[in-house]
Design a protein around this ligand. Structure first.
Ligand code: SF4
Ligand code: SF4
Length: 624
């Protein structure tokens, strides 16, 4: 019988996957098998269904059709498909950011009970960046005015989005020359959908430059807004300890999970589970208490701020239900498999959708708005407690003990850990104790053994004295592997080990959720500004070893657009056009000073990143 080691490196996944199969539950891994072999045209990016003269496809062997019905060739089709992928990712993050703007605005109007301004100092700092006056104004008035100013970033009132000015001068000048400065967050996404309509932009270079601009409207727009406003409303994260893996579920407690991306819903759930009356209700039903845990990026948001434990990343979401120990999962949006409701049919778990834009089969829809969120959270928590009485104890299987992990490395926290400025980090990089820094981000994808890509890559990077910053599902992989506790310094090279020991930090830092890749961008900009160089000159690299999502593609695009060499562990659908593939993997170097590489082997990927960092160090005249 399979020991499931070919699916995941994680014991909790292996054991629960076995139970899933014993219980007759189908998972993403099973469905991938049923889909194979997957469509070769789509894998190459040469199928098009943009209009109903199609669908069309280009024969990659040159024998069949080389143009769609409209006349589009492989280069146009691949570039259009890629641009639409970027637009979807940008739209997702930016719409998430917009929800935070709405909450901030309603807090300003006094119409969002339960929500407050948890970081007034940051509110004032960001307001000042937006040119919003703060003197003699209440926090609520500043919140309202700041929200209104950010709304303008979403539209077409400005020539450029506000946070783009955080980039170093050299980068901004390059973007100006290329005409890729985002003019409005929504505008760039909307324009991509227009450009890729049949008969609009049919030049692959022009399409890809527009996609670059769209990705920047996410990285320096929607995502950055999402991060900064979450900090203002829910508090700027500080380092602290928590726990990770399926072992965070408690056999004797009501287990409530939050899943998705937006902290808007989960923060209110957090409020409700800590209410004494709710805890007393849980006890009256025979539970020892209420245990709130996270999944995916909603989990990251809660772990960053409140050290709420994390049950798992993307491929653990179905398996969490299979434990039979979960009373409810409350979802917001993004990365929520539509299969969850089906899986829950075999157990007692209740599922709740909360966003008008994200409804699912077999889920009860309890819509959250800034006005009613608190009341709705209490309602769901109450129902979850009631559901504890329906738990079948014989079906409960919590396969492992939890692992300790550290979280909460916001930009402010990193600067704080360094004693108030980035200078000690810059000095450590200059001295060669830290060779450089790398962002390791993104998802799980059943095409890659779960967490193998993340963990092996991070181990190799830190062993080479490269400081790692993780976001999204990469956090969970690193946390479960014990890489995100201060003791993990023992796995780092001598220089990084020394610095981590001095600061009491892990060599791999949990910096947040997927929108929080903007934190990595902010640090890169601040480092470049402090040294007086462009980001592309810094010893930095990034990787998304197990990515699946359109959002990850957009993140990778804005990383490269910022000048950061980025390695993808899964091939994007571009190989059907030699020109697009060449531009992405080398040509962009001449345009943006950075490009992509695709390398599924995490050890080889780490070596590519290390070599890139060494090369940048040489060019800066730093010791190797
Ligand atoms: S846009 Fe052109 S290539 Fe695409 S489906 Fe329509 S006709 Fe075919
Ligand atoms: S890292 Fe990927 S799978 Fe995980 S929450 Fe983010 S987009 Fe979803």
């Amino acid at each position: 019988m399979s020991d499931y080691k070919e699916y995941s490196i994680c014991k909790d996944a292996q054991l629960t996957l076995k139970k899933a199969h014993e219980d007759g539950v189908e998972t993403a891994w099973d469905r991938l098998k049923k889909q194979e072999p997957q469509c070769g045209y789509c894998e190459l990016g040469v199928s098009c269904r943009i209009c109903v003269m199609g669908p069309c496809r280009i024969d990659p062997f040159g024998e069949g059709p080389q143009r769609g019905v409209c006349g589009a060739d492989a280069d146009i089709i691949v570039a259009r498909n890629l641009a639409r992928m970027i637009a979807s990712g940008a739209a997702s993050h930016s719409d998430h950011g917009r929800d935070l703007v709405e909450v901030l605005y309603k807090v300003g109007l006094g119409k969002a009970p339960g929500y407050t301004i948890k970081d007034p100092e940051k509110l004032k700092r960001i307001a000042t960046e937006y040119g919003v006056p703060t003197a003699d104004l209440s926090n609520e008035e500043i919140a309202k005015r700041l929200a209104e100013a950010i709304m303008e970033d979403y539209g077409m009132k400005k020539e450029r989005i506000t946070f783009i000015s955080r980039a170093p001068r050299q980068r901004i000048e390059l973007w100006e020359k290329l005409r890729v400065i985002p003019r409005g967050i929504d505008r760039e996404t909307s324009e991509i959908m227009h450009r890729t309509h049949m008969g609009v932009d049919n030049d692959y270079v022009s399409l890809l430059l527009a996609a670059v601009r769209n990705s920047l409207s996410d990285g320096y727009g929607g995502s950055m807004v999402g991060t900064e406003l979450s900090d203002i409303i829910f508090g700027t994260p500080k380092p602290g300890m928590s726990e990770v893996n399926l072992g965070v579920l408690k056999e004797d407690q009501v287990n409530i999970m939050v899943h998705g991306h937006s902290p808007v819903v989960s923060e209110m759930v957090g409020l409700a589970v800590n209410d004494k009356e709710m805890v007393a209700l849980a006890k009256s039903k025979g539970a020892a208490g209420i245990n709130l845990a996270g999944l995916c990026c909603t989990g990251n948001e809660l772990m960053m701020r409140w050290k709420i434990p994390m049950a798992g990343n993307h491929l653990m979401t179905e398996l969490t239900i299979v434990t039979g120990a979960v009373e409810s999962i409350i979802v917001d949006y993004q990365c929520i498999m539509p299969s969850l409701g089906q899986v829950a049919q075999c157990y007692h778990t209740k599922l709740y959708s909360t966003s008008d834009k994200a409804k699912f089969p077999f889920m009860e829809h309890v819509e959250f708005t800034p006005e009613n969120a608190k009341a709705q959270a209490y309602r769901i928590v109450k129902e979850s407690i009631e559901n504890f009485t329906r738990r079948n104890k014989l079906k409960v299987y919590i396969p492992v003990a939890p692992v300790k992990t550290m979280s909460g490395f916001s930009v402010e926290a990193i600067v704080g850990a360094l004693g108030g400025s980035l200078t000690p980090l810059i000095d450590a990089i200059k001295a060669g104790k830290i060779k450089g820094a790398a962002g390791v981000v993104g998802c799980n994808n059943p095409k890659i053994k779960q967490d193998y890509g993340h963990v092996e890559l991070i181990k190799r990077l830190i062993a080479n004295d490269i400081l790692v910053l993780t976001t999204g599902c990469a956090n969970v992989a690193a946390g479960k592997a014990g890489l995100q506790v201060p003791e993990a310094k023992e796995m780092a090279g001598p220089g990084l080990k020394e610095i981590c020991g001095l600061l009491g930090i892990p060599p791999s830092l949990h910096v947040g959720s997927c929108v929080d890749n903007s934190r990595i961008v902010v640090i890169a900009c601040a480092l470049a500004n402090a040294i007086g160089v462009d980001i592309a000159q810094l010893p930095l690299a990034a990787a998304a070893p197990e990515w699946y999502s359109e959002k990850a593609a957009t993140i990778a695009f804005y990383a490269v657009a910022s000048g950061i060499f980025t390695v993808l562990g899964v091939m994007p659908p571009i190989l059907g056009s030699k020109k697009v593939a060449e531009l992405a993997t080398s040509g962009l170097n001449n345009v943006l000073g950075a490009c992509f590489a695709v390398e599924p082997d995490p050890i080889k990927a780490a070596d590519l990143m290390k070599n890139h960092i060494v090369d940048k160090r040489k060019k800066l005249g730093l010791p190797i």
